[in-house]
Design a protein around this ligand. Structure first.
Ligand code: PEP
Ligand code: MG
Length: 318
């Protein structure tokens, strides 16, 4: 039996799905190209978040198109025929890039970061889109490109329009600011997809700095206010026919992954080490059951109570 199990361990992992067969693709969060092969080995069905700023955290000068093209080509080559969601440089706040963030800001999390910073240095944005388009043309992965820290409809239209200039059609937005979640039904008609960044969405919804230990108790994606916003975005995805994934840490929590499925999210992206547990957890419930579990979490007043309620509902069901 041990030998049979060993053989099983070598089989490629099954795609993510619920007990009733509802597919829920499980993707990897990556910050470098070296992480690609281990992610494939763990059964990642593609990449849901490639954090491009991690490539350049130590650079004092802006990366060239050639440098970027080499990195993106190597990444895409690791996922032939698979979805790879690349996020444009998310510079600022917890991830300052010396060549992009030079002004001192009192409140960098609410400052010129993400798409706002790229827009202020549009040449850099254009270089990144050029490199991505060239890497896309040279490889067979299914490239999706998303902008970080989008907070308005206007920013969505700006990004999708400029991406189209470079032939990038699958251009989407990260939803990690409450304004974008609340207006998801107006944003999604303009975008090809949305990906919910629960780390920042929690930070901004609870007004609790994600880097500040003294307010860490507020930093829970289980908070019903965060869950409600996620539900809002998922509903907008359903009504507009656009995919809505989650790529924040929330997706790596096996019980919260069930709640996210129940809220209507269509893919989950996480650090590759979390893939196996999330895959196993999703297989224990049908979509209807996941909805019931999500409802019980939404009905709570506090993050801790939402988790307890979800656990109790899941225990009753499974
Ligand atoms: C997030 O905010 O949830 C996210 C995925 O992006 P990052 O953690 O890189 O800000
Ligand atoms: Mg973020």
């Amino acid at each position: 039996r041990i030998r049979a199990r060993a053989a099983q361990a070598e089989l490629p992992a099954e795609p993510g799905r619920l007990a009733d067969g509802t597919p829920l693709p499980l993707l990897a969060n990556l910050g470098d190209v070296a992480g690609a092969a281990p992610a494939v080995a763990r059964g990642a069905e593609g990449v849901g978040l490639f954090r491009t700023e991690f490539l350049f955290l130590d650079s004092t000068t802006a990366p060239t198109v050639a440098d970027q093209r080499a990195s993106y080509t190597a990444l895409l080559e690791a996922f032939p025929g698979k979805k790879v969601v690349v996020r444009l440089l998310d510079a600022g706040a917890d991830k300052p890039l010396p060549f992009l963030n030079d002004a001192h800001e009192e409140n960098p999390a609410m400052g010129l970061r993400g798409l706002r910073a790229l827009r202020a240095s549009e040449n850099l944005l254009r270089d990144q889109l050029t490199a991505l388009a060239e890497a896309d043309a040279a490889t067979s992965a299914d490239l999706w490109v998303m902008a970080p820290m989008v907070s308005t409809v206007e920013e969505t239209v700006y990004f999708v329009t400029i991406a189209a200039e470079y032939g990038i059609r699958t251009a989407g937005v990260m939803v990690e600011v409450p304004s974008a979640a609340l207006l998801a039904d107006r944003i999604l008609p303009h975008a090809a997809f949305a990906s919910i960044g629960t780390n920042d969405l929690t930070q901004y919804t609870l007004a609790a700095d994600r880097q500040l230990g003294s307010v860490a108790a507020f930093q829970s994606p289980w908070h019903p206010a965060v869950l409600r916003l996620i539900q809002e975005v998922a509903r907008a995805g359903e009504s507009t026919g656009k995919p809505v994934g989650v790529c924040g840490e929330a997706a790596a929590d096996p019980l919260l992954a069930i709640v996210l499925a129940g809220l209507g999210v269509t893919s989950l992206s996480m650090s590759p080490a979390a893939l196996a547990d999330v895959r196993a957890s999703l297989l224990t419930v049908t979509l209807d059951e996941a909805r019931t579990i999500a409802e019980s979490a939404l009905a709570a007043d506090e993050a801790a109570d939402a988790k307890t309620a979800a656990l109790a509902a899941a225990t009753r069901i499974t």
